[in-house]
Design a protein around this ligand. Structure first.
Ligand code: CA
Length: 207
């Protein structure tokens, strides 16, 4: 069985294998297996003598139990939050992936968004990774680990180089300037015109 861009979340098994129970080979690429529960192998349970689980760019985070009941094969760049899958591939991490709640973050199926600062961000491998995430959003730069690609929703602070601009209107003028240094704060000063200037005899005698 092959899984790509799949989230397996919140499943409960009374026995073993909350997220996946298998006795066959499984290859998981950019899969998130999270918050599942079972007495053995809350995330993934592999039947003894069964197949091999091969993980690439995948997240295992099932704090109600253990992520894996036995060691799994790594194709690189996974997060196994409790280390029970005993992954030894390049880029494998034992860390909290910092997953947001399962919800609709776009696309047609729920996903676990990544919080800013998640170690999954830009920590995957591009080798064998899909061009989009589970939602259909493009992978940005280095692929993230798991089924969700981190994207900033809204705006980010931005910097301007320091500068200024000036203009003139009816002789009174206006001026504005801005400063850099980590914010988008704009500082402006306006020189208001004299409202009676055009009514003065020299400019418009009949006003
Ligand atoms: Ca990325």
């Amino acid at each position: 069985m092959s899984l790509t861009n799949v989230t397996l979340s919140g499943n409960i098994a009374t026995g073993s294998g909350g997220g996946i129970w298998t006795s066959q080979n499984v290859t998981a690429t950019n899969v998130t297996v999270a918050f599942n529960d079972a007495s053995s192998g809350a995330g993934i349970f592999t039947q003894g003598g069964g197949g091999t689980i091969s993980l690439r760019n995948s997240v295992l985070h099932n704090p109600a139990g253990v992520n894996a009941n036995r060691a799994m094969a790594s194709l690189g760049n996974n997060i196994d939050s409790d280390g029970t899958a005993a992954l030894t591939g390049s880029g494998d991490l034992v860390a909290d992936p910092q997953l947001a709640a399962l919800a609709n973050y776009g696309g047609i199926t729920p996903t676990h968004a990544l919080f800013a600062g998640s170690p999954a961000i830009n920590a995957g491998t591009s080798v064998g990774a899909p061009a989009t995430d589970q939602r259909g959003a493009s992978r940005l730069g280095v692929p993230d680990i798991g089924a969700f690609e981190y994207t900033v929703i809204g705006y980010e602070p931005f910097n301007y180089a320091a500068g200024s601009f000036n203009g003139a209107n009816g002789g009174s003028g206006w001026a504005a300037g801005w400063s850099n240094g980590g914010s988008s704060t704009m500082i402006a000063a306006t020189g208001l015109q004299d409202p009676l200037a055009q009514c003065r005899p020299a400019a418009q005698p009949r006003c």
